[in-house]
Design a protein around this ligand. Structure first.
Ligand SMILES: [Fe+2]
Ligand SMILES: [Fe+2]
Length: 179
């Protein structure tokens, strides 16, 4: 896993090394690695999405003197549901409502979590899931998740449009050649 390129880091610094220290056991765990087998948005895997949410939440909460370690760890596990959500309806309800609880259960089965980390994971879909987050850190991960999701969807759609405009251009070019 090339963490530096996934996180789009130009220059490694102290923050990056602190981050890696904090999530080292998680990123080397086979079940966490298996999130790379599932697509989250566009062509972004669930693992890459979670790494982005985790790292951005870590940096913001560190700047604000909050619990950046819990933000990093719970951010990485917030979508630890381990299935392809595009063709799977868990617990007879919509993925959007069900997956925070599934992610929390999986995380608790595999790792030791503190109360803050549990709140971050279970509340990250707020306001879709009605219960209010109890901590500032939970709001940070919740909003960073929305920001990353939106960015991933927009970028993948732009890439698709760009790709199709290239295909169209070359098609017209070839058509003109043979006309
Ligand atoms: Fe989620
Ligand atoms: Fe997410």
């Amino acid at each position: 896993m090339n963490l530096i390129s996934i996180l789009k880091i130009n220059k490694v610094n102290e923050d990056y090394f602190d981050y890696v220290d904090t999530v080292y056991d998680l990123i080397n765990h086979p079940k966490v690695k298996s999130m790379n087998e599932y697509i989250q948005h566009g062509d972004i895997t669930t693992l890459n999405h979670c790494l982005n949410v985790s790292y951005k939440s870590f940096l913001i909460s560190k700047k604000l003197n909050l619990d950046c370690n819990s933000c990093a760890r719970a951010g990485l596990l917030h979508d630890f549901f381990l299935y392809d959500w595009h063709n799977h309806e868990p617990m007879d309800t919509l993925h959007g409502f069900a997956h925070p609880l599934i992610a929390l259960r999986n995380a608790e089965e595999n790792f030791q979590l503190n109360e803050l980390e549990k709140d971050i994971i279970i509340k990250h879909m707020w306001p879709l899931t009605l219960k209010l987050p109890r901590h500032k850190e939970s709001y940070i991960v919740c909003f960073v998740d929305k920001y990353c999701s939106l960015t991933e969807i927009v970028i993948s759609n732009l890439n698709r449009i760009y790709h199709w405009s290239l295909v169209k251009k070359s098609f017209v070019k070839n058509l003109l050649k043979f006309s």
